[in-house]
Design a protein around this ligand. Structure first.
Ligand SMILES: Nc1ncnc2c1ncn2[C@@H]1O[C@H](COP(=O)(O)OP(=O)(O)OP(=O)(O)O)[C@@H](O)[C@H]1O
Length: 239
């Protein structure tokens, strides 16, 4: 489903990833943990093809992550959300369907939202049906995070990548968001890889923990085998 072999990403003198080997199988729910700057976002960016490795090889769903057909099957909740603030919520959610559409249909969707029943159903699932026609920039940070989640739901990807998808959500909504991400991956027999900081969410929603430090994998274990001391090692102190 996802395979990184000896992947290094350099930004000038900094190695954001340094010789990372990682294989994720269908059905797995993997939590990426690590301190700020450890390389979590870079690993997700390499997996969705938005960053090319300086060295090493990446295979996603049997192909290259740069391949347009592969990218259409990979859904990402970005840390920066990647929403267009002046567009209405429905238009941003619609973008999850774009890969399946012709250019003409995509352009027309900006005038008249296409796939509306699906879009509204996704907004209902994230608790935002009543904000569907509002300008996205008027929503709170947590509401915007749920718009990005709804966009991923309508995309129905095989591989779900999420970069701190619950960082702006209250505990109940965070739990719901992780449930939806896991269900979305499971619906297509896929996998979930999520950068998370909350150990409680990790324990409830993931099977495996991959810990990064300084761009290297320093921990790779089933979640049941991860101790508070392991987490302390990743973050420099026991949380
Ligand atoms: N576009 C970039 N240009 C230069 N350096 C970058 C860039 N993106 C990331 N880096 C560097 O790569 C390293 C890893 O960054 P990354 O964003 O992957 O960490 P992270 O674990 O996701 O951190 P956080 O938890 O703060 O989001 C950091 O040292 C960062 O400064």
């Amino acid at each position: 489903m996802l395979r990184l072999a000896g992947v290094t990403v350099r930004y000038g003198g900094t190695a954001a990833l340094d010789g990372v080997d990682l294989t994720v199988a269908p059905g797995e729910r993997v939590a990426l943990l690590g301190a700020s700057g450890a390389g979590k976002s870079t690993l997700l960016a390499v997996a969705n093809g938005s960053v090319a490795p300086t060295a090493g090889a990446v295979r996603v769903l049997g192909g290259s992550p740069a391949d347009r057909r592969v990218r259409a099957r990979v859904g990402t909740v970005h840390q920066s959300l990647e929403l267009v603030g002046r567009l209405r919520v429905v238009h941003n959610v619609n973008a999850g369907l774009l890969a399946d559409w012709s250019a003409a249909r995509a352009a027309w969707s900006l005038v008249r939202p296409q796939g509306l029943p699906e879009v509204l159903a996704a907004l209902e699932r994230v608790g935002l049906a009543d904000r569907a026609f509002e300008r996205t920039e008027r929503l709170s940070g947590g509401q915007r995070q749920r718009v990005a989640l709804a966009r991923l739901l309508v995309q129905r990807p095989d591989l779900v990548l999420a970069d701190e998808p619950a960082s702006a959500l209250d505990p109940v909504l965070a739990d719901r968001a992780l449930t939806l991400l896991g269900e979305t991956a499971a619906a297509r027999g896929g996998a979930l890889v999520a950068a998370l900081h909350d150990p409680a969410l990790v324990r409830r929603h993931c099977d495996r923990v991959v810990g990064l430090a300084g761009g290297r994998v320093v921990l790779d274990r089933p979640v049941a085998g991860v101790s508070a001391a392991d987490l302390g090692g990743l973050y420099g102190a026991v949380p």
